[in-house]
Design a binder for this molecule. Sequence first.
Ligand SMILES: Cc1cc2nc3c(=O)[nH]c(=O)nc-3n(C[C@H](O)[C@H](O)[C@H](O)COP(=O)(O)OP(=O)(O)OC[C@H]3O[C@@H](n4cnc5c(N)ncnc54)[C@H](O)[C@@H]3O)c2cc1C
Length: 375
Amino acid sequence: MNRVTIVGAGFAALTAVQKLRAADPGMEITLVAPRPEFTYLPGTIWIPSGLRQPEDLLISLDNFFQRMKVQYHKGSATGLKDNGRTLLTDNGEITNDGLIICSGGQFIKKLPGIEHTITPCEGIPAAVKIRDRLNQLESGTIAVGFSGNPKEPSAMRGGPMFEFLFGIDRKLRLDGKRDNFRLVFFTPAPSPGNRLGPRAVKGLLNEMKKRDIDTHLGNKIKGFTESKIITEGGEFDAHLILFMPGMTGNKWFDNTDLPRSEGGLIRADKFCRVEGMKGVYVAGDSGSFPGPDWMPKQAHMADLQAAAAAANLVAELNGEAPSETFKVELICIVDSQTTGSLVVRTLKHNIVLPQMRAFHWLKRYFEWWYLRQYR
Ligand SMILES: Cc1cc2nc3c(=O)[nH]c(=O)nc-3n(C[C@H](O)[C@H](O)[C@H](O)COP(=O)(O)OP(=O)(O)OC[C@H]3O[C@@H](n4cnc5c(N)ncnc54)[C@H](O)[C@@H]3O)c2cc1C
């Protein structure tokens, strides 16, 4: 019986579980994660407005693990031994015949004063903090921005920051407080959202103009204070700063011989196989994959990569050559609480459809539909 270990309990990990189980009903699957829970991160954009409560987005995996015959190992990966055949965790060692790493990403927190900002994409606690701060504030300036990892163009998360920005604008209007606030969007890139495609940039900037949101674009960020954003193009005051830095690899990768990209992610080939290692695969935000520089760090991409990784690992364990690749596809709805705009980018197409109510409802429906499989 083959024994496979999966690191993580996010999008990529749970898709890998399903694909492995479908391919091999007898396989021994062990999943390592700090908690037996799945966080539906895309829904956290709705926590500040109260449209979602934390418990709506945190799904216990007990039923799913039972259905999929997964052995859950409570703990965090801390390192590797025997060229990947042993995973070290803070709760003991696990040996395997195959390993899929899906432990997500980590944010680069090097800018001076970054502790004065909220990193919205750090999950439910960050979104709750934003909600509470918004409820306390009666007036002032709210600044929302993001930057990337200069050594890894794909390791950034911009889309959700537009959603937090438009969502805050909408909430303040609904609360009757919008006139008391200045909203500022900032990023070192002169064309924010460029990775969604050039048509999206225009749409996003128009949307900001329509909503009376100021911009501070194209200036490298030097740091923050409790009430200031300092850039090479000047500084400005803010009472609440939401800032998403670029992403890099998990800390535990540093204790391993895993090959790393310049940006710190695990280097993989087009089959999601970790370069130079047997039976070791990576999927989702943890990996650096060959492809266009706009390849998104998105749940959808993580799912596509996990499916390829699982199929290829099964092939390898059966003595066959990996052959499954993944499509590079960016699909997202940039939501603004009551409407949303659809952005699709593939190697051939870039489609941007304007803000419509239907897209907001589609995003809500998708969340329900996606989470059904884990309840
Ligand atoms: C606010 C927000 C909105 C988003 N909106 C969208 C959207 O609309 N569409 C979309 O496609 N994507 C969206 N994304 C991006 C998407 O959520 C991520 O790309 C996706 O979660 C990546 O999946 P993953 O499995 O690689 O990592 P994650 O989902 O982050 O999962 C990582 C898992 O690894 C675990 N872990 C971490 N370290 C260790 C360790 N040392 N040992 C064991 N386990 C560990 C974590 O606990 C977690 O379970 C959004 C993200 C955010 C934050």
